[in-house]
Write a protein that binds this ligand. Structure first.
Ligand code: F0G
Length: 463
């Protein structure tokens, strides 16, 4: 290509103002929120990178599609349009719409798991794990060792450890009703899984007679990484790559709030007729009739269009490049982050940046608060606040202390990213003045959403 800037492959047709606030206003806002960024009002946030889930911008085609929504209770035209879009990519026989990804997880696990069962995954997302554990079953994370080495460059750090999978199937196979792989591996840094790894997991599952499911939230981003990093895929389209990926699996759970380019929705898909029947029964109990599954007809239309648009090469190139570009800016000034950059997010390594803050004063949480105070940027901690409290009520350090900056889809431009890089660089320059936090109120489950904090010492920022 002649020019190196990868511009946003869209023009802006509708705008939503974001509000400038002063540093003083933000310092008050975060203090009033108990230093918990989940409790901030969104209007007080300038650039919101809390999540890439349901936060993207819809296209004019999606909005037009919504006008075509068929709101019939059963057998709506919109359902068939949605089913066609899902099957074009996945070729899976049964497609159950759900209101979001975790509903697909709850229906699947509620239908096929028993207490004591084990579900291996490269790394379970927290809702996936929670839905498994709520049945008394065990979510087993077996990523490749590189997944836990932030500075090790590896093209497919999302891969599953194949030996570990063989071991668990040999030794405890009777307790494993299904195997999952998450693409991309969100909790492991948004890292992709190679086609070779998906294929190998599939072969092992066949050998042991186990169904293999994808947690497919970010399947298109994963397909793009395969295209640009894995030998033999450069000339294939993202759709062809996604189709091959799904050809190796027996089912999938999906949050359409990510690579469905929609603000709400998801699905559960599979080939097994018996399981599908059980899941449909469960779906009717909690979600709704299986041709709408907790969604409006217009949502099904938006997702059907989104699933097509998300595989557009220009879009994927821009998307992955935006995150990579932020990585280049941060690398130039020495900010430590998980390498290489992931598909939907960049993960700053707070343990390396703030070595003076002990894990039980939550360095990643403190860093996230400071990014908000200094620049109005909202991010999320993936560290000892999120993962530290154990089922036996002890508190242990998380494997990594990360601040995730997740990019909403088609929402921000390169100048937003430039601003972001400036804010992070500024905060990096004042890192010695950042202090830790103590938790003063802790809810019993999923504590990160509502916990309250205070500075552990004189102030969050000293000097
Ligand atoms: N699986 C993965 C890999 C996810 O990242 C998420 C959501 C889910 C399942 C659940 O989907 O939210 O539609 O119920 N991740 C969001 C995030 C919330 O911020 O990473 P959901």
């Amino acid at each position: 290509m002649q020019f190196k800037t990868i511009i946003e492959p869209f023009r802006i047709k509708t705008v939503e103002p974001i509000r400038q606030t002063t540093r003083e206003q933000r310092a008050v806002a975060i203090r009033e929120a108990g230093y918990n960024f989940f409790l901030l009002k969104a209007r007080d946030v300038l650039i919101d990178l809390l999540t890439d889930s349901g936060t993207g911008a819809m296209s004019s085609r999606q909005w037009a599609g919504m006008m075509m929504g068929d709101e019939s209770y059963a057998g709506a035209r919109s359902f068939y349009r949605f089913q066609d879009a899902v099957q074009k990519i996945t070729n899976l026989k049964h497609v159950l719409p759900t209101h979001q990804g975790r509903a697909a997880e709850r229906i699947l696990f509620g239908s096929v798991l028993n207490p004591g069962d084990i579900v291996p995954n490269n790394t379970h997302f927290d809702t996936t794990r929670a839905n498994i554990e709520s049945i008394g079953a065990i979510g087993l994370d077996i990523p490749v060792p590189e997944a836990l080495q932030p500075q090790t460059i590896h093209p497919f750090k999302g891969n599953m450890d194949l030996e570990a999978l063989e071991t668990v199937l040999q030794e405890q196979g009777d307790s494993v009703p299904l195997v999952m792989v998450t693409v991309t591996n969100n909790s492991g840094g948004g890292q992709p899984v190679s086609m070779a790894n998906v294929r190998a997991v599939s072969e092992i599952c066949r050998e042991y007679g186990k169904p293999f499911f994808l947690d497919a939230c970010r399947f298109a981003e994963n397909a793009w990484f395969i295209k640009i990093r894995e030998e033999g895929y450069a000339d294939k389209t993202p759709l062809e790559i996604a189709q091959e990926m799904f050809s190796y699996v027996d089912g999938a759970t999906m949050s359409a709030k990510k690579d469905g380019l929609a603000n709400i929705g998801g699905f559960l898909a599979m080939n097994n007729d018996d399981w599908a029947q059980k899941c449909r029964n469960m779906e009717i109990l909690g979600e709704g009739f299986p041709t709408y599954g907790g969604l409006a007809g217009y949502d099904l239309e938006a997702i059907a269009v989104g699933l097509e648009e998300v595989l557009d090469e220009d879009y994927l190139r821009y998307r992955i490049r935006s995150v990579e570009y932020l990585g280049e800016c941060l690398d130039a000034v020495g900010v430590p982050f998980v390498k290489p950059t992931g598909g939907h997010a960049l993960y700053i390594e707070a343990k390396a940046m703030l070595p003076h803050i002990p894990w039980n004063e939550y360095p990643a949480w403190a860093l996230s608060d400071v990014l908000y105070i200094e620049g109005g940027v909202r991010s999320v901690e993936i560290g000892s606040v999120m993962f530290g409290r154990q089922p036996d009520s002890s508190e242990v350090p998380a494997a990594m202390e990360l601040v995730r900056l997740a990019f909403p889809r088609r929402m921000y431009t390169q100048s937003h990213v430039d601003y972001l890089a400036e804010v992070i660089e500024y905060v990096y320059g004042m890192r010695d003045r950042i202090r830790g936090l103590k938790m003063v109120e802790e809810p019993p489950v999923l504590r990160h959403f509502t916990a309250q904090f205070e500075p552990a010492h004189d102030a969050l920022i000293v000097g």
